[in-house]
Design a binder for this molecule. Sequence first.
Ligand code: ADP
Length: 510
Amino acid sequence: MSYLLGIDIGTSGTKTLICDHKGKVLATAMAEHDIYSPKPGWSEQDPKQWWDATCKATKAVLRKAKVKAGQITAAGLSGQMHGSVFLGEGVEPLRHALLWNDQRTGAECREIEEAAGGRKKLINMVGNPALTGFTAPKILWVRRHEPKVYERTKHILLPKDYIRYRMTGEYATEVGDASGTLLLDVKKRRWNRKLVSLLGLDAAMLPDCYESHEVSGRVHKSAAQELGLAEGTPVVGGSGDQPAGAVGNGIVTAGIASATLGTSGVMFVHADEPTYDPLGRVHTMCSAVAGKWCVFGCMLSAGGSLQWFRNHMALTEVAEAKKKKCDPYELLTAEAQKAEPGCEGLFFLPYLTGERCPYPDPNARGGWIGLTSRHNRAAMIRSLMEGVTYGMGDALRIMDEMGVKISTVRLSGGGARSKAWRQMQADIYGRKVATINSDEGPAYGVAILAGGGTGVWDSVPQACKAAIRETETLKPDKARAATYNKLHDQYQRLYAALKDEFAKIAALVG
Ligand code: ADP
């Protein structure tokens, strides 16, 4: 028997997964990493820890699956997007990597928009506006603030591409992850040399760019020993965690979107053409399917809002759940059912950690609006779940404006464990929603890509068709969907009305 290996360099840890040639998952393993925040708003990791975690989790998953090194047909790589590894000669990074959630680059984002001739022109060149999390502003920050590091920099790599380099010795990336650097012409699927030169960067620092299924290198001898893999094992391009996770959810053909309601929330859709939101409220990137694209919006505090409520306002339920050996979220979502849909005009704004899509606004804040003495805790929980779902639905509304067709939304992430929340998503999105037979995410996606690139399957869509199926579908209730549609309009007007006040609050508290 032969198997496929997926490796995902996440933020909290590196996850590995082994599946067979039918897509059946045999085992997963995980090894954690530390996050450093040397100053408020800064977020860094040590790439050497990613490598140690990759070695540890690869050996562990082989052991758990009882698979021998020689039985691995190919490996795929996925990872947190946007992070920047600065390399000179050799494997030692010159400094810690700046991560996707690092907020230090506001000035560099403005500099990039100016160099491109404005936000609109930048979106035309690379498909997205300059956001603090993206890679290009991080490079400019290091050039300005750490010129000695910059002078010694020969290569800039994304997190999973550093691991590829350690595995194979190749400096390579692929179009999906590269889309999040702000230096890739997303339409043409190659580096935008004009922007690179306008920013005064050296194109030689950027790695070769592959499609996600293409073999980009082979595991070399010393890495094979460290990983417990066979020398020569092919490594495919893989993708950033969003496009890779989409493969894991089977979002590889037009008409199907995924809504991943985890701590953050991501609404993701496949697109056959490179369609952009001219206002840059959602991201357009290259998909893991060769020659195709994807559009997605990421909200920062989705399930995180309910987690906050659980941690601070549901200590009784947490204790009760412990006794009953159940999940406190089950008790909370059951209580929410006691309130009416729409909660008699009570709204929750879920901007507990600022927002990214559709409002790139670090000052945005959360809260309940519309409280009356009739409202109780059930209404507060239900309105919180509704507010999070409107936030996810905001991206869907923008995709509708862009003319992207979506008939089904596949649900994943912790929020999809609740049937009540699944039905609420159907009602608020106004579309059929479905759950699928796998919830392994990006590591599974890149294992499938590895199979797609080494002849196990003819193509990535064919692989997904063989491995992924819908297990439950729910339709929107017509009357509730109509009510929610009007309430969603009102929800959107609340941010518009409060935006300037949020900025004033931020100025007050510094
Ligand atoms: P992460 O995004 O951190 O990887 P998950 O995908 O597991 O984590 O999502 C965690 C979130 O999912 C929680 O914060 C909570 O909001 C939500 N969640 C988890 N379990 C349930 C449940 N049984 N019912 C409703 N929501 C849940």
